[in-house]
Design a protein around this ligand. Structure first.
Ligand code: GYE
Length: 327
């Protein structure tokens, strides 16, 4: 790892020499930097959900508390905007670039540009599918496959006493995004051994409340007899609740709802009986990201994969946890 950072720093130094620029850039080979001298560029996905808002707030306040300058951009869920932001951070010669890739694919070229400029990259929250893992220092975030599995396992247990068919509607996250791909995979894996479970419809609601509502409205018309809605995040689940109620049905009773995230609005709906189960996905990645950044800048080794710890909530647990919920 040290060798790699040193190599990156050397490549950066060579590039700076080539373009005739004398200052700025990565001086990790020279030892620890004062936090006030560190500049980080963060390319956020957008503001699509309660989770994302909490994540942005947590990251901004962690960097503020650490006294590290954070340049922040919001890509409005568009990969091209994120690539532009990363290129701009490269040309500004920030010390570290961190970003949460909106989709998994298509990052190799820009990550190579950062590497060639000697700027280390840290992935937060979502993964890339690049084969070359030397393109980033670390990936910090949740195990989304496990989250999907937990959702599926709850369902298997909930319906353990019936042999009747269980019809499921799935609201997928942003197409091509790691949490959408992995939460679908983990869920499918957990229910696959019992033939009574059938995913009768599955469509993207783009991780937004409006998307979840719209897709549920449309899908309920063609599948009025679904038993369960599995939404890849709380916001889409909250949108689905509105659509279920508008169709004259009782969310949580007539149609069971499972979501992922456990943001306040989701937890409230769970406590109110409108959602049946939530798998937690923590957005509080700020302090861990600050730690990784400090280590990377100091040339210290970091774990390639840093996992977030999380739990699950049923309705009673949501009632107990709500008063202390931070986001
Ligand atoms: O679950 C969803 C958000 O990438 C884990 O993105 C994140 C997901 C989160 O929009 O609410």
């Amino acid at each position: 790892m040290n060798k790699k950072i040193l190599g990156g720093a050397l490549a950066g130094a060579m590039l700076l020499a080539l373009v005739g620029c004398a200052s700025g850039g990565d001086d990790s080979a020279g030892g620890a930097k004062d936090p006030s001298d560190i500049v980080v560029g963060f390319a956020q996905v957008g503001a699509e959900s309660g989770w994302r808002t909490a994540n942005t707030k947590d990251i901004q306040s962690a960097f503020k508390d650490a006294g590290i300058e954070l340049k922040f951009s919001d890509a409005q869920q568009k990969q091209e905007n994120q690539i532009k932001a990363i290129r701009s951070y490269i040309s500004q010669q920030v010390d570290v670039i961190a970003f949460s890739p909106v989709v998994e694919s298509g990052w190799d070229a820009v990550l190579k540009e950062a590497k060639d400029a000697g700027i280390p990259v840290v992935l937060t929250d979502r993964a890339v599918d690049s084969k070359d893992d030397s393109l980033y220092e670390s990936f910090l975030g949740s195990d989304f496959v496990l989250e999907g599995q937990k959702a599926g396992e709850w369902l298997v247990n909930e319906y353990k006493d019936t042999t009747e068919p269980v019809k499921i509607m799935q609201l997928e996250g942003t197409t091509g995004a790691a949490p959408a791909i992995d939460r679908a995979e983990g869920f499918a894996e957990a229910i696959k051994d019992d033939g009574k479970f059938e995913v009768v419809a599955s469509q993207t609601g783009d991780f937004t409340r409006a998307g979840g509502k719209q897709v549920t409205e449309a899908l309920l018309k063609s599948n009025p007899d679904v038993d369960v809605i599995y939404a890849h995040n709380d916001d889409m689940g909250l949108g689905a609740i509105e659509a279920v109620e508008a169709a004259g049905l009782k969310p949580g009773t007539d149609i069971k709802i499972i979501t992922v995230d456990a943001v306040k609005d989701g937890m409230q709906a769970l406590a109110d009986g409108k959602i049946n189960y939530i798998v937690e996905c923590s957005p509080l990645l700020g302090n861990q990201l600050v730690d990784v950044v400090k280590k990377v800048v100091a040339g210290e080794p970091v774990e390639k994969r840093i996992l977030t710890e999380e739990t699950t909530f049923d309705q009673e647990q949501a009632k107990a946890a709500l008063p202390d919920r931070k986001y």
